[in-house]
Design a protein around this ligand. Sequence first.
Ligand code: ZN
Ligand code: MN
Length: 474
Amino acid sequence: MEPDVIIGLEVHVQLNKLKTKMFCSCPLDYHEDEPNTHVCPVCLGLPGAMPVINKEAVKAAIKVALALHAEIQPFTVFDRKNYFYPDLPKGFQISQYDRPLALGGYVTIETEEGEKKITLKRIHMEEDPGKLTYKGSITTAKYSLIDYNRSGVPLLEIVTEPVMHSPKEARLFLNKLRIILEYLDVFDGSLEGAMRVDANVSIKGGGRVEIKNISSFKGVERALSYEIARQKNLIRMGRKVERETRHFDEVNNITVSLRTKEEEHDYRYFPEPDLVPIYTAELVEEVKGTLPEMPEEKRERLKAQYGIGDNFAKVLVLDKVMADYFEEVASMVDPKLAASWVVDVLRGELNYRSKDFRFAYERLKPNEFAKLLKYLKEEKITEKGVVEVIRTKLDHGGDIDDIIKKKGLFAIPKDEIERLCREAIEKNPKAVADYKSGKKKALDFLVGYVMKATRGRANPAETAQMIKAMLENL
Ligand code: ZN
Ligand code: MN
């Protein structure tokens, strides 16, 4: 953390789990479709088209504001934000200005120095512009293509106070925000363009630079790191950091100057004459009853209900789907066993494959995982065997019992191992004599006998222990 580095974020979040756009009834599920197929006169901004507020979008926005502990304003107004850019066919964006939906609020993050509240300035609703695709890079492209499927998607702009002091804090904030939004079931972060970030960064005393439209979390961290280094270099050389807007070039990991920062008055905000103000009281009451359990509450409940440690509970709530998966498994087997295998092993195997628990639900269902852990508990399979089955299931699918049989993963019963240990001793008198005369290496030979007989399925350390005990009693 560097106190001289000051970072504030403006996060644009698509409420992309809704059915329709912010001011028209065009469907939101456009990601697989051809460009410009989810459009109508309203979201194309044709003259005379009249917007109608999507009440579900307002409710979703209120849900987010409540979960972020923000103060929802008693009434809220849409404004026209005027600017000229091809992604905005009307020449203005319907947004909110001096009567935003909510003020204040915070998100708690866990830093190395402990918990920290990232305070929010405001949360407002707006419509997403269309999507421009540049032929080449933004600064050199000869032309760009435009897709209006995205035009009019309900958007929330969440603005933080300038209270972050490192790129890492910014990343922690965004991660936590994403988790909260997914818990609320208003947001799917896996969809392209679901969350886009403008980052304001300055170094105490210098001009504030805004980096526009960063589309990934990693991008935010890298853009900020680059920008902080750039500003520090300027200051070191005795030069001034200009107030400006820059673009993050994700390919080259640098920021490039776009234009000097526009001032608020450049946008000539005025109230949208085609929309009425929204009085929020009733909607807030309606939404309050639908707020789900949030990560912090869930963490405490998981600990209390399943007796698992905070280390596991903390990780489980990072992803609601993972927490759900765990709870299903924990209802069928020892919850502590379930927690450690879900968090430590299955999560790792999924990560390794760049997959998440949605994939686990497809390939290794909770009841199958529970069955596997039961086998482990009954010592029918070794830990190594469990891992092998997990990997096979994730990579190829199949039936658990078939996999265990085919791969010979059923553990050998303890009395069978004991019998083989005795056999090893009886059939190898020379090794036994060597061991007795102090040649400790002879033990390895006897263990090797059992390993060979079991085709490697015995645990070598335990087997050695067993043989040693038998030899001592001879
Ligand atoms: Zn439309
Ligand atoms: Mn905005």
